[in-house]
Design a protein. Structure first.
Length: 290
């Protein structure tokens, strides 16, 4: 058993193989396979089970059935299954949490993928930053804090959307302005366009509107208040690291600009062409006479 744990609920779009490339690492990997394919990703897991559902409800089930084992880890990352992170970066993130005695560490998000909150976007000069917000995508959470939240977590309505506000409200001053975002060890949250079917797995089960409605009901029930996301302190990169990472940062910005600005220009005509073809195929006049 290793010091730390990466937990995920994994399906067809998973990138879990990237997390398991090195045998010598500081973390175990627990995969809950929610797909319809038995044994999917088993070879990349130190611990494995099969169960339908999202990552937090499935983690709650794992904890309830394996509490002694889960409690022995020092910290746990609850990760989306498609997050792109190397073994070296995962090890470094866990090490950062231990060295700085932080309650939560999250990787910054590369512009090559999705960015849900401005404060979590990767910064060039920063090594890591202190903040008051940790989004739900792939936080590393000290185990005692995580288990404390799971004890009050009701998974009947809120499975993912809004969970970050819920757990931050629950922990309060224990984590406020003590959360670390690492800009040196960052991740990519793949864009929906590159996923199988062009959409998130959760969108196949619950619409964005339904998830939002469930969260708003829980938020009102518990009187959870949102707050401005703030970076309270930045720790700059060492000069050597800054020099090494600058070319990659510039490439990231350029590629993202091309993706965001030029791709829609080409996609627009393609979408119109596809719709036109589909309309013609659906037209009665397009059928052949018998």
């Amino acid at each position: 058993m290793r010091e730390f744990l990466v937990y995920t609920s994994a399906g067809e779009n998973a990138n879990v193989h990237r997390w398991a490339k090195q045998a010598h690492r500081s973390y175990d990997i627990w995969i809950t396979n929610y797909s319809n394919t038995p044994g999917l990703h088993r070879g990349h897991a130190d611990h494995y089970n099969e169960r339908k559902g999202a990552k937090f409800p499935n983690f709650k089930w794992v904890l309830e059935n394996h509490r002694e084992h889960i409690s022995a880890y020092k910290a746990i990352m609850i990760a989306d299954d498609d997050i792109i992170l190397s073994c070296a970066d995962l090890d470094a993130l866990f090490r950062l949490l231990a060295e700085k005695q932080a309650p939560i560490v999250v990787p910054a998000f590369s512009r090559l993928g999705k960015i849900s909150h401005d404060t979590t976007a990767r910064e060039w000069r920063s090594d890591y930053r202190y903040t008051n917000f940790a989004e739900v995508t792939c936080p590393i959470i000290r185990t005692d804090l995580l288990l404390d939240f799971i004890a009050i977590y009701d998974d009947s309505n809120v499975q993912c959307h809004g969970l970050d506000w819920w757990y931050l409200s629950h922990w309060g001053d224990k984590v406020r302005d003590k959360i670390i975002i690492s800009d040196t060890h960052y991740c990519i949250n793949p864009r929906d366009l590159v996923k199988k079917g062009g959409q998130r797995e959760i969108d196949r089960h619950y619409s964005e509107a339904e998830r939002q409605a469930r969260w708003q009901a829980k938020k009102a029930e518990l009187n959870i208040q949102s707050f401005p996301k703030v970076i309270s302190r930045r720790i700059p990169k060492p000069l050597s690291t800054l020099i090494l990472q600058t070319p990659f940062f510039i490439a990231e910005v350029v590629i993202t600009w091309l993706w965001d600005k030029l791709l829609p220009v080409f996609l627009g005509p393609v979408k119109r062409l596809v719709k036109s073809v589909l309309r013609k195929r659906a037209s009665p006049s397009s059928g052949k006479s018998l």
